[in-house]
Design a protein. Structure first.
Length: 318
């Protein structure tokens, strides 16, 4: 690691630790005692407000309520950030409106030479879902549903929420839930929750949430919640073995909750298991399309008949 990179990393290490010793720096960065002391002095000279604590257990701490020095990025770090913005611009991510200003700020802190390189990278790299005629163009399908940001902001305050949810044929219903996570599939965002009314894990399409608010009355000890979540996990009713080609396609598109269990040392065969809601037509149709996408290198070990019938109907139409 170059010295400039080490100092930048060391400043972040210090800021996260709040208290540290020379011995800790020596172990963390594999440097000598004299180098660690010299680095601390140089970091102090850059403006980080360190306080020396003497004694047997002494070390350094950061003075509270002080402004830390501006973060410095290496050339490769700037490229990594810029490419990350480019690569995810058309993927229905929340806070998409803020990306333009973030990119402008990245360019502002770059030198003239770095700016030229970043702009050239933008012309050289093409990503999935990007308009080839205008990489800056954002289409309506690139924007996530506005409700995603609303629910995210609420969840940052509390995971206990109340949804007013609109089902396609059953009208609106109110659900008291504990939010577990979000995932994106087939251009839709979904919220995975524990539904307190049904005492089971349920998945809701975010664009069908009509309103959301904090459930100020709901709260329980973490151990009790963990026990409820464990009991609510259904036994898998789908087990599938995958060959090499199917594994490659699985990595391209799958549910975030799913993971592969490799069956050989060279990772040429694998298996996954899941629970599929057999009485949810939308879920069955989506799952069937995904399994067909994985291709022919599949071996079904276990599958609900409802899902098998949906797959047969889709194959027959083709």
């Amino acid at each position: 690691m170059k010295r400039t990179e080490r100092l930048n990393t060391m400043m972040r290490y210090m800021n996260n630790r709040q208290f540290f010793t020379i011995s800790e720096l020596m172990r963390e960065f594999a440097i000598s005692r004299s180098t660690a002391i010299r680095d601390v002095h140089d970091i102090e000279a850059l403006g980080m407000p360190l306080v020396t604590e003497v004694g047997r257990d002494g070390g350094y701490s950061i003075m509270p309520n002080q402004l830390l020095p501006a973060v410095q990025f290496t050339n490769d770090e700037l490229k990594a950030l810029f490419i990350a913005f480019l690569g995810t611009a058309n993927q229905q991510l929340p806070y998409l409106q803020n990306r333009k200003t973030l990119s402008e700020k990245l360019l502002a802190i770059a030198s003239t030479g770095q700016q030229d390189e970043l702009i050239e990278l933008k012309h050289l790299l093409q990503f999935a879902n990007t308009n080839p005629n205008n990489a800056d163009l954002l289409e309506l399908t690139d924007f996530a549903t506005p409700m995603l940001k609303t629910v995210l902001e609420l969840a940052l305050r509390s995971r206990y929420l109340i949804f007013d949810y609109q089902k396609p044929h059953d009208g609106q219903m109110t659900r008291h839930v504990y939010l577990l996570n979000f995932f994106n599939r087939n251009a839709n965002w979904y919220a995975v929750t524990f539904d307190f009314l049904r005492r089971e894990q349920r998945t809701f399409r975010v664009d069908r949430i009509q309103a959301a608010r904090l459930d100020d009355q709901a709260s329980m000890p973490q151990k009790q919640l963990a026990a409820l979540l464990k009991l609510s996990r259904p036994e898998p009713n789908l087990i599938v073995k995958l060959g090499k080609s199917a594994i490659s396609k699985f990595k391209q598109m799958h549910l975030p909750a799913l993971s592969l269990h490799y069956l050989d040392a060279f990772q040429q065969t694998a298996r996954f298991s899941d629970f599929v809601e057999a009485h949810n037509p939308e879920r069955l149709a989506s799952y069937a399309e995904w399994l067909l996408f994985l291709g022919d290198e599949l071996e079904v070990v276990k599958m609900p008949n409802e899902l098998r019938n949906v797959i047969r109907k889709k194959v027959a139409k083709w």
